[in-house]
Design a protein around this ligand. Sequence first.
Ligand SMILES: *Cc1c(COP(=O)(O)O)cnc(C)c1O
Length: 412
Amino acid sequence: MKAVANKLPLDIETIRLDFPILKRKVNGYPLVYLDNAATSQTPQQVIDVIVDYYSNYNANIHRGVHSLSQEATDKYESARKKIQQHFNVANSHEIIFTSGTTHSINLVANGFAQELEKGDEVIVSALEHHSNIVPWQMLCEKTGAILKVIPMTQEGELDMEAFHKLLSAKTKMVFVNHVSNALGTVNPIEEIIEATHKVGAAILVDGAQAAPHIKADLQALDVDFYVVSAHKICGPTGVGMLYGKEKWLNKLPPYQGGGEMIATVSFEKTTYAELPHKFEAGTPNICGGIAFGAAIDYMNAIGFKNIAAYEHQLLEYATKELLEIEGVKIYGTSKEKTAVISFNIEGLHPYDIGTIVDKLGIALRTGHHCAQPIMDFYKIPGTVRASFSFYNTFEEVDLFIGAIKKAKMMLQ
Ligand SMILES: *Cc1c(COP(=O)(O)O)cnc(C)c1O
């Protein structure tokens, strides 16, 4: 293990000092946080921004002439610009602040009702999070469109041959995640986007699980919609983004009505505000938006190339150590994957393993990971999932492996 330690791409010990929560104990043991695919931890730099907002310039935005309101508006809009730059988006008004990935997807699904007719087809993948399945099912029920599914393989990859066969002139939209939260598979979205556009359909990519590991260039990808939650990239919960191409955002109807999203209101007729405000009804999560920008700054200061390289080392080491335990089966063995390991131990229930290792301070996820169709595919009730971040260490991998061995001994 120590062989790699002297050529790490990141100074982990210094980085860890940024995260106050990593100093705490859980059940008498130092916290080993390996549930990063569910939510990431928050560095002091982001916490400071949140405290600063409520301590010094808490005010409603976009409508006040007073100084505090101006200050809050400037910071909020500059966060939007940071997000725009990070994802290499052409216009800042193509970035819509939402409450997160789920909200972003529902906004698009709701708007797409007007684009679909009975018999049209929409395509989803077998690897999706429930939040990228259910809104489209609801849309199909409303419109009479038909939901088609890209099947997956034993390795946890999309069956691309089958995908190309599903595409036709009837296809109106494709939804696929960039990275699977349950298995860590990185999907070939470049190929998927290109093929989707060839048949004249639109495509939404769920980037929630990719954003912590991959800096996506949305203009190069030429994707129609891309959605992200701030809380998976060191930001707060309750805020996220919807990127949409200008032509789509102009075409789709508003999702919610209210303040902020109007130009003029009378009882005869209301006209809508320009982008991005058309989709931002009501007082937004102002502090959250600003902290989202700070989180992006924090991650970029560390550098996504360094993050990906280091997490890959953690993944390889943890995978190798885990496979030495008898009876371990890993689900999702795609060549391209982020640092997520979904696994089971023969004869043991994932929940029991999760409960025992929690007693030893190890935070893992057990269950279906909001992706029941994947569990059905493997004919299992769920898995144990360890998901790593750049602030995890090789020592923590050892503690995790030790705890799994202990749990196995106790349960068998
Ligand atoms: C976390 C996650 C979501 C849901 O994000 P919310 O923040 O709960 O809205 C959707 N898709 C993927 C791939 C995720 O990892």
